[in-house]
Design a protein around this ligand. Sequence first.
Ligand code: ASP
Length: 356
Amino acid sequence: MKRLLALVLVSVALFPTIVIAQKSGFGETKQLQSPQTPRLGFILHGGAGTITKGSMTPEKEKEFRDALTAAITAGYKALQEGKSSLDAIEIAIRMMEDSPLFNAGKGAVFTNDGRNELDASIMNGKTLAAGAVAGLHKVKNPITLARAVMEKSPHVMMVGDGAEKFALMQKIELVDEKYFWTQHRWDGLQRVLKEEKEAEEKAKKPGTISSTSASSEPENRFGTVGAVALDKNGDIAAGTSTGGMTNKRYGRVGDAPIIGAGTYASNDTCGVSATGWGEMFIRVGVARDIAAMMEYRGLPIQQAADLVMKKVEKLGGDGGVVAMDKFGNMAISFNSEGMYRAYIDVNGKPVVEIYK
Ligand code: ASP
């Protein structure tokens, strides 16, 4: 019996070239066993929402595809050069934070009072070390600050002014708040404010924060970014960065900087980065729950991700996750119309997908 088990394990290690792609009834699911380079893997997302064919111009779609390709290529190149999974995801996420297309860094959405409040987190699957930041107004690349919290402080999470003071000490680039101003995000806020006002008048309940104004309106929160990587040492890392949700109230924190909700990584199981209606992802504890499904129930990564996304859906939430296990098997699961995503396929080539 022992010998049989050993034989199975050896053959999986030597011939991990099976590619399984499947579609289930739940959003899009995909399981890939990656493998000519079994120890290198990279998958990322650029947010989920009502992204349907024809909902954007071909030029816009090309911009997204180019940005996703550039980020996945740069992250994977870092892994090929022998850099760590943490380095690779930081490189890719910084690129997306610097692009106005994504709801992270430069392209962050606006809060109810017309500011940008950024959140991010990162986790090292080898050591379970983690770093998270929330409520930032001036940090150009929140993912880099999250990593500094993990590596250069005894803490896991820092918020607001304190986090920015720490950024200054660590010589992490701060920018004027105006840096984050973009016309399309400003217009998005104005639209939601108008809708909220109309809804308030209708309900005759001034002052109530309607859930649709800041949360369930999916098109107001495209573009959170996140990545999971597996490096040549077999170490998994995951990270997520966001501007949150348009019209969120000052001080609101979503799932992206919550370890175990928006981000999780453990070499024993998997790495996960989430995007979607953050409140629901926090309540389900999405990222850690996926790892727990693998750890305690022995589920394959895709099944684990689908099951947990069903819990989000049951609460009325939407969004998705990208995940990767310690063998490089990847899972994509989402219940929204679309999700910007990219991964490295079995031939080491970047694949970009947007729609269901
Ligand atoms: N999850 C993010 C948040 O709730 C938003 C998103 O991913 O679209 O802040």
